[in-house]
Design a protein around this ligand. Structure first.
Ligand code: ACO
Length: 330
């Protein structure tokens, strides 16, 4: 059982690229259709960076919005954690590019890669840094530009992914009751090749042949992952509720990672939750990996769906494979 943490979400922000890729775009050149994509994934459209936009520029805008929402000055940020599997560069960390853009020289900045579970991993790591007394205001960013590593000739993956960024400012809680009630992280590296990019790392650096063979694109065993994701999400959510002594009815919102609407719906039905208690943004943004949960959290706060005092459960599953849950009171 995890120890409750006296850490709260002080501000949130998100940012999506302007450019929209519709299902009709894919149907115009691939053997696919709007009907197949919507019925099998729930995705109607997704966003893609264009022009000068990069993973870093999306992150910087999301971070500025989160800091402004938190009501603090940028200079009050003491640590930057960037959760991403698609960093600006392999060296240095994306966090360093972002730190420079935010005008925070000297502030520690590092990346964390747990793919789609990254944002929840990052929130847990950031909250622990606060709980240990090291830092007060921690900026956690979840940002991804998966469209850069997508094979646009592979219909089984290219329709799924979109770009986006989200950010959260974590601070010590001033309330007597802890805001973070439960958390869990896990991974099973035996399933590393369920979703992976074969080349571009130190084992197989970029070469003419890796490019010719398309080894810099993401590969995914979709059907196997689907089955595992449904089982894992149900198990994770059940455990979070029972360990924290909370009933599903007490939750204002469950924010699952957005990899497939059918996975989200099956999980919701198994929990017996009404549709309004399950956050969905995959219809508009596709799978934005480490950004998906943060974007949904920010949109729910800004629309008034989530308010101070509400109980929220974040649940993620993704490449690695990795998984994580976080139960918090806003
Ligand atoms: N349009 C038309 N047909 C398609 C398309 C498409 N875009 N994509 C696949 N198909 C076809 C396949 O070729 C296959 O045809 P076949 O029967 O003739 O061989 C058929 O549709 C069924 O394929 P499946 O892969 O079984 O389709 P499924 O219903 O499982 O949907 C999907 C595929 C959407 C990928 C689903 O398996 C899924 O969402 N998996 C989970 C993904 C996940 O959880 N990932 C983890 C997080 S991602 C991350 O960490 C980065």
């Amino acid at each position: 059982m995890s120890q409750p943490l006296n850490v709260r979400i002080r501000g949130t922000g998100s940012f999506l690229p302007q450019k929209v890729l519709t299902n009709e775009f894919f149907a115009s050149y691939l053997d696919t259709s709007d009907e197949w994509i919507v019925s099998r994934t729930g995705i109607h459209e997704r966003r893609q960076i264009s022009g000068d936009e990069t993973m870093c520029s999306l992150s910087v805008e999301a971070a500025r919005r989160a800091v402004s929402d938190a009501g603090i000055a940028m200079q009050d940020i003491e640590l930057i954690l960037v959760c991403t599997a698609t960093p600006e560069t392999n060296i240095p960390a994306a966090a360093c590019w972002i730190q420079a853009e935010l005008g925070l020289p000297g502030v520690p900045a590092m990346d964390l890669n747990a793919a789609c579970s990254g944002f929840v991993y990052g929130l847990i790591a950031g909250a622990q840094m606060i709980e240990s007394g090291c830092y007060c205001n921690v900026l956690v960013i979840g940002a991804e530009v998966l469209t850069r590593f997508t094979d646009y000739q592979d219909r089984s993956t290219c329709v799924l992914f979109g770009d986006g960024a989200a950010a959260v400012v974590l601070s010590p809680s001033e309330q007597a009751e802890p805001n973070i009630l439960y958390y869990e992280m896990g991974a099973d590296g035996r399933r590393a090749t369920d979703i992976w990019m074969p080349a571009g790392g130190s084992k197989l650096p970029a070469s003419h042949s890796t490019v010719d063979e398309g080894l810099h694109f993401m590969r995914m065993k979709g059907r196997e992952l689907f089955k595992l994701a449904v089982v894992k999400l149900e198990e994770l959510i059940d455990r979070a509720l029972s360990e924290a002594g909370v009933k599903a009815d007490d939750l204002k919102l469950v924010i699952p990672h957005q990899s497939n609407l059918r996975i989200i719906e099956l999980t919701r039905e198994r929990l017996g939750l009404p549709p309004e208690k399950m956050a969905v943004n995959i219809d508009r943004y596709g799978n934005t990996s480490a950004a998906s949960i943060g974007i949904a959290l920010d949109e729910a706060r800004r629309s008034g769906q989530l308010q101070s005092g509400d109980l929220v459960l974040l649940a993620a599953f993704g490449a690695g494979v990795t998984w994580a849950t976080l139960l918090l009171r806003l």
